[in-house]
Design a protein around this ligand. Structure first.
Ligand code: C2E
Ligand code: MG
Ligand code: MG
Ligand code: MG
Length: 286
């Protein structure tokens, strides 16, 4: 690579490398400061029962309230956090905050339709040696019940290191926590392979949902995955539902749960309780 650059090109290449390295280090420092300065916040996106649109769960989604750049979504920092290792600290904060908030919601409204909070776990966080202990401690400190927690992990994680992941998943399941495969379909795993893993939920990636109304193949594929998942006792959440036609099609295919802008965008915590009151209470109010 460097050979063809000539002298000036080589120096520019070196200085670009240097700049990139400095930027990575700065980002790492900023992320660690952000954890200490409590600059992270969570929004919660509802997950609904497709049959009646009742909210059964919420997914916690992290944002960075950056002092200079404003509110930043995960796209701006999660990859850098994963590379630098800062994701482990951020992930622990997310887990504890989501469980704390969820326990408050359940205490304030015991008849709330909410059954669980879904928390994204990065590969590096999942692989950290004490992850199961961090989960156990977070449950103990917040008073949250294990069945309130659904951990979202990625397919790629399950494919590598299968034996260690299997043991860790078993330890988590022994606590009573449930596990979902996030963005299912974007990796290369098969459903039969996944069935050997102790997971409870498949989150079918948005890219599969996007075309179901316009592509017969895509429709057939999603239909097949939903049927197979059902036979394997896996619950399915369809991600990224934006159109009512998609909702209707998925409902007809027997998909039980969905998430997407059609139902709700990620919301601030204060906006959740009014939407998760049991129907009888809503009737009394109106
Ligand atoms: P994800 O876990 O697949 O979360 C769903 C993402 O899709 C969210 O983006 C959500 O706002 C977006 N989304 C939901 N419904 C729709 C829809 O109908 N249309 C479209 N266009 N988008 C929709 P967000 O919040 O930007 O998060 C992006 C990704 O960042 C997440 O994808 C997840 O992989 C990662 N992430 C978020 N929070 C955390 C976290 O606390 N820890 C870790 N490790 N990763 C996180
Ligand atoms: Mg997710
Ligand atoms: Mg997802
Ligand atoms: Mg996704």
């Amino acid at each position: 690579l460097a050979k063809g650059l000539g002298k000036g090109g080589w120096q520019r290449y070196q200085s670009d490398l240097h700049t990139a390295m400095v930027q990575r280090l700065e980002m790492r420092t900023q992320l660690i400061e952000a954890i200490e300065g409590e600059q992270f916040v969570l929004q919660y996106q509802p997950i609904v029962e497709l049959a009646d649109q009742r909210i059964t769960g919420v997914e916690a989604l992290v944002r960075w309230q950056h002092p200079a750049r404003g509110l930043l979504g995960p796209f701006h920092f999660v990859e850098a956090a994963e590379e630098s290792g800062a994701i482990v600290g951020i992930g622990t904060w997310v887990l504890r905050e989501a469980l704390r908030q969820f326990a408050v919601w359940k205490a304030e409204d015991p008849s709330s339709t909410l059954r669980y909070v879904s928390v994204n776990v990065s590969p590096r966080q999942f692989r950290s040696p004490d992850f199961a202990d961090v989960v156990r401690q977070a449950l103990a400190d917040t008073g949250a019940r294990p069945e309130w927690l659904l951990l979202e992990i990625t397919e790629s994680l399950v494919l590598r290191d299968a034996e260690k992941v299997l043991a860790d998943l078993k330890a988590l399941r022994a606590l009573g926590v449930r596990v979902a495969i996030d963005d299912f379909g974007t990796g290369y795993s098969s459903l039969s392979y996944l069935r050997q893993m102790p997971v409870d939920v498949l989150k079918l990636d948005k890219s599969f949902i996007d075309d179901i109304l316009h592509s017969r193949q895509q429709h057939a594929l999603v239909d097949t995955i939903i049927t197979l998942a059902g036979n394997l006792d896996l619950a399915v959440v369809a991600e990224g539902i934006e159109e009512s036609g998609q909702h209707a099609a998925l409902d007809t295919m027997g998909c039980q749960y969905g998430q997407g802008y059609l139902f709700a965008k990620p919301l601030w915590p204060a906006d959740i309780p009014a939407r998760t009151q049991a129907a009888s209470e809503l009737a009394v109010l109106s």
